[in-house]
Design a protein around this ligand. Sequence first.
Ligand code: NDP
Length: 325
Amino acid sequence: MVHAIRIHEHGGPEVLRWEEVEVGEPGPGQVRLRQTAVGLNYIDTYHRSGVYKLPSFPAVIGMEGAGVIEAVGPGVTTLKVGERVAYAANPMGAYAEARLMPEDRLVPLPEWIDDRQAAGMMLQGMTAQFLLRSCYVVQPGDTILVQAAAGGVGLLLCQWAKHLGATVIGTVSTDEKAELAKAHGCDHPIVYTRENFVARVKDITNGQGVPVVYDGVGRTTFMDGLDCLRPRGLMVLFGAASGPVPPLDLQVLAAKGSLYVTRPTLFVYTAKHEDLMASAADLFGAVRAGGVEILVRQTYPLREAAEAHRALESRQTTGSTVLLP
Ligand code: NDP
């Protein structure tokens, strides 16, 4: 038996319970992983609260972790006992001291990435990777807008986009977050709780607007974000930290300049094994090259996951947060 954080119903952070669970032996194509660090992500709050409904209870939530393989099942050929790996993938179930994982969803870790960094970088980092390199391909000289620029994904987007030669405009809720974003690639932080970010973006781009908006905030920023785009620009809505965006009248996209909108997910962009490995390799390369620093700015014992959820949802965290089993 091991300990895990389970939920028996959707609800607030109080539904997260520290309980004993059975892990069992790995089946064909599976390994058992002893986890040393677990990543906290906004999606965990959607799974907990029911923004994303879970099919059955009790359920162990969590999508990201790092650790050491302690057993391999029949047919596992690419990984061995004692190897360090990390993941950002289905199946859910990361909030545990140990768990089973399919072999083909695990990424071997280079020795220069420690487990906490790995748990703080895989999900948010590969998200930044596909957003900047695939969804819209950021070019040197682009000026882009990143919403919630001091968050987990936000700080990675700012740093990496800067490393790619872009100018980054980013929104944040406080002056402290503005300082942090500025120190990590955000050329023009805008405190959107007191400044009109549409007017500021127009100002900074001499009235042109930006070719792409990366928006993980959702309800409160989406419509104004459309007004920051130049004609034929792309709105990348990748999350809903402030709540889901209501249904959109597509005529709006014509009226605002023949705009494009996409609502991508990491799990589709890394569904094929070769895409997962390529994304992780690109991320590790950007970190190794010094273009992206992994900022694990909060850690909590895994058993105190409820506290971590409260901090994330009340906008108190910056960068990445790691839970320690
Ligand atoms: P963050 O660390 O970015 O935390 C969310 C941030 O959103 C807050 O810090 C806050 O920044 C901002 N925010 C604005 N309004 C609110 C509000 N009402 N309540 C809470 N936060 C608010 O989280 P993550 O880096 O984990 O995730 C960022 C986004 O990316 C999420 O929407 C997440 O779902 C999405 N995501 C999507 C993926 C995909 O595949 N599509 C993969 C990974 C993440 P501030 O105080 O500055 O406003």
